[in-house]
Write a protein that binds this ligand. Structure first.
Ligand code: ACO
Length: 372
């Protein structure tokens, strides 16, 4: 067995498929190509698809959108929590703490009927953006902006964050970004969620496990690190020297490499590159140009290809999103994938409990404390 469970098939799923065919990567949600979904669907449509397994009909989508919008507002206790957390708390720590608190407020936390689990999943999908936007407004000493029922999931988040209605381009960019982050088979955070679900832990516990796992810089935390790199490089002219130095020092370039997409482009990165370029054309080209120069050098020196986190950094920067909210945006997208996997695990459950190969010393003679 290779370390890190590489190539190990740990469960069966009907939620998404990753395949490498003829040198090209395929990523499908419930059988639909990510490229089609990103271009033609809305995040709400994709969340419905992931949860229910089929694309919604027009009236089903309408009802789903209304239901999500009505679930956006936070209970006063959660707003109180956001107010009391220190302003230096990382917003991902805030998100997992608030998720756990939502669980403590749910009197039906232990009820795991299909209907109740779907209700909780929709609640989490709807409330994640509000938690992120409210905390950001509170920590920066500004008033919170209640969700607007008439706005889409993406537009409403930007509205609650910035206090003004986003442009159509900004709304569509975030919408597409959330779709691209919504689901990705058995990535580390989804696996964490499924392990928790396999013990029949409540959905909040599963989502807390996933949120904590996503935060690490080898997973979703990479986008914030990419932005740190873009700021450090500061100019496309300095990109090559930076990449060369990092690679020679044996260090990782954040936003590059992937466990599954080896030698092929992450299809999400292709689409995010397109998005980053489009946003740059309408705003600042700075971050996109530095990104392009880094990508060129990373390929030149180590044949490295960008992953989903690389171009999302310049997309978020151009949407005016602060660096330390980048992972939260990822979580706002991925919550629909996580909850779909938790439901799938509950409905076909067997405890996930692998074995470890013991490589330590054996059969040692016990030495009494006085003689050690
Ligand atoms: N920078 C430099 N070299 C890299 C990078 C990178 N980002 N990624 C992989 N490599 C190199 C490794 O050094 C190794 O080279 P070697 O064979 O010369 O030793 C080779 O590529 C294979 O790497 P592994 O360590 O086997 O890759 P693994 O599958 O374990 O790791 C990971 C995947 C963690 C994503 C890795 O590519 C990485 O650290 N990337 C940077 C962090 C990042 O962007 N994370 C986001 C991933 S996407 C997501 O989770 C949403």
């Amino acid at each position: 067995m290779k370390d890190g469970l590489e190539d190990v098939i740990a469960c069966k799923t009907t939620i998404s498929r990753i395949a490498l065919e003829n040198g090209r990567a395929i990523l499908e949600y419930r059988g639909y190509d990510i490229r089609d979904l990103a271009r033609k669907a809305s995040y709400e449509e994709v969340a419905y698809l992931l949860l229910y397994g089929e694309l919604p009909k027009k009236y089903e989508l309408q009802d789903f959108k209304i239901e999500l919008a009505e679930r956006r507002e936070l209970p006063p206790q959660i707003i109180g929590l956001l107010t009391h957390l220190p302003p230096y708390t990382h917003p991902m720590v805030v998100l997992r703490t608030a998720t756990s608190y939502l669980g403590s407020l749910d009197k039906k936390i232990a009820v795991r009927t299909r209907e109740e689990t779907f209700n909780k999943a929709k609640d989490l999908i709807a409330k994640f953006p509000t938690i992120v936007a409210y905390y950001h407004r509170i920590r920066t000493g500004r008033n919170i902006i209640p969700p607007a029922l008439e706005f889409s999931h993406a537009a409403n988040f930007l509205y609650m964050l910035h206090g003004e209605e986003p442009t159509k381009t900004a709304e569509r960019a975030l919408d597409m970004d959330l779709i691209l982050h919504a689901e990705h088979e058995l990535n580390a955070s989804t696996f964490a969620a499924r392990i928790a679900a396999s013990t029949l832990a409540d959905i909040y516990a599963c989502v807390v496990a996933a949120t904590g796992t996503l935060m690490g810089p080898l997973h979703g935390g990479a986008a914030q690190e990419v932005m740190r790199m873009l700021r450090e490089v500061a100019s496309p002219r300095r990109a090559e020297e930076y990449v060369k130095r990092k690679i020679e020092a044996g260090e990782r370039i954040m936003g590059f490499g992937h466990r599954v997409y080896r030698g092929v482009m992450d299809p999400r990165a292709e689409l995010l590159r397109y998005l980053a370029k489009r946003l740059a054309a309408e705003g600042s080209t700075k971050w996109f140009e530095i990104s392009e120069a880094i990508a060129k050098a990373a390929y030149k020196y180590k044949k490295l290809l960008p992953n989903v986190d690389f171009y999302s950094a310049s997309v978020y920067a151009n949407l005016g999103i602060p660096d330390d909210l980048f992972v939260n945006i990822f979580a706002m997208g991925r919550i629909s994938g996580w909850t779909a996997h938790i439901i799938e695990q509950y409905e076909n459950n067997r405890l996930i409990r692998p074995r470890a190969e013991y490589v330590g010393e054996k059969e040692k003679k016990f030495i009494p404390l006085s003689k050690r």
